[in-house]
Write a protein that binds this ligand. Sequence first.
Ligand SMILES: Nc1ncnc2c1ncn2[C@@H]1O[C@H](COP(=O)(O)OP(=O)(O)OP(=O)(O)O)[C@@H](O)[C@H]1O
Ligand SMILES: [Mg+2]
Length: 501
Amino acid sequence: MTAPILTVAAVSKRFGPTVALDRVDLSIRAGEVVALMGANGAGKSTLVKILSGVYGPDGGELWLRGQPFRPASPHDAKQLGIATVHQSIADAVVPTLSIADNLLLDRLCDPTSPWRVPPAVRRQTAAPLAARVGLDVDLAAPLASLSLASQQLVTLARALATRPALLILDEPTASLSAPEAERLFGLIDRLRAEGVAILLVSHRLGDLRRVAGRVTIVRDGRIVADLPAPIDFDAAVETMIGRPLRSNAAANANATAAAAATAASSACFSVRDLQLTSASVPFDLDVQRGEIVAIAGPVGGGKSRFARAIFGAGRAASGTMTLDGKAWRPRSPADAIRAGVFLAGEDRWRTSLFPDSVPFASIAGTLSFPFLSRWFKYGGLKRAREQRAALEAIERFGIRCTGPDDRLNRLSGGNQQKVVLARWHTQPARLLLLDEPFQGVDAGARADIVDTLRRHAQERATLVFVSDLEEAFEIADRVVRFDRATLDRVSQSDFTSHARS
Ligand SMILES: Nc1ncnc2c1ncn2[C@@H]1O[C@H](COP(=O)(O)OP(=O)(O)OP(=O)(O)O)[C@@H](O)[C@H]1O
Ligand SMILES: [Mg+2]
């Protein structure tokens, strides 16, 4: 066996009272894909950040190719051969710069290399980087014009530019559709064959089944298992969450019966001849009260555009919408919120957690923000009410934190997502819209959230927008396939045969 490229020995890290990592050991060899599995808040991203020079460890040792390794900065780690694609894309890109400049950001930001070249040359230099990950776009366009999935590819392309010995991917598929994810896995296969070591963090079991050669499980900051192939993933999930995974089969059966009972009643929300853009095909949709309908379709297929149009954050080109028998034409999200139409958006920083300062806001403040005018008509009671709502949400959604006043940027990715979902459960909704609600949420928490959504489903109509069909069937009574703005019904049997093939 070859010597490990990277060895982690007894590494620990605390944040105030939180022990994020407790004497963690890990090693990776060249050409090996190791998956790091763990529940939300288990410490995965903290370990990734230590390896990539973002944080220093409080204790323990790191060895890279047999040499002691103590990166003083992310730049340092990159120079030494560790490239990282972090969980939060927003932190890694500059939306106003061109795609080419984002690909070359490390060079442009490096104070030691006065790299001043005309834009045309920059585009030329960036082109092979884009090609390597299959990103086929106009490199002169601003990064902001790209979908989240393509922005992800930009950060990956940039990471590969340094020809790393170890590539770390922290939830790289969270915003990718199945074909985009497969393209990434193809790339991982190639890199592995070239001898690159890969550390992968993902909550999607499909990803791990596809590429992981070994699984290391972290729970509450400690490594609790190291499983070589062949890997029993069901057992791995139980080890990860420390209990058997709750099955939603019974809940689904109940919900289906309930949905059938309400199906006879008139629709709560309807859409007629809706065209999302002037070029797209018009479609109709009816959602009953009590029903959970999943709109499943590829990333970039128009799901989020549809969600935003219902929420008043965007406009459809033509067609009509009806809510409880009345024409539904919200002029803004504030209008929608007043009427009980809520959207948990796809990109938690940009669309869900307004205002801009929100990464630094507290959990309590984030939950109350959309409802300030309703909750606090008379002032005074603000803090008590906020705290109560936050404590309830923390309990109900299992948000891992030290308390209601924790800043959002201190929470792990999955726990931030739980706050976004919890926010729209602090008030009863008439129509709840959830765009990619399970991004970065671990398998155990996902089962609990599905359970919560189901328990409250009778009070409202629920529309869930997801790119993953498996998720769609886990949560919904009815799945509608949405492809380039055309709607098709798919049945569970279609899906099962599709999944088997
Ligand atoms: N900068 C920070 N300040 C304070 N606490 C932090 C900070 N970063 C992480 N933590 C805490 O450390 C713990 C581990 O967080 P980490 O982000 O490593 O989890 P994770 O395993 O990546 O979870 P997820 O699957 O949700 O991304 C959590 O309790 C988190 O709240
Ligand atoms: Mg994380």
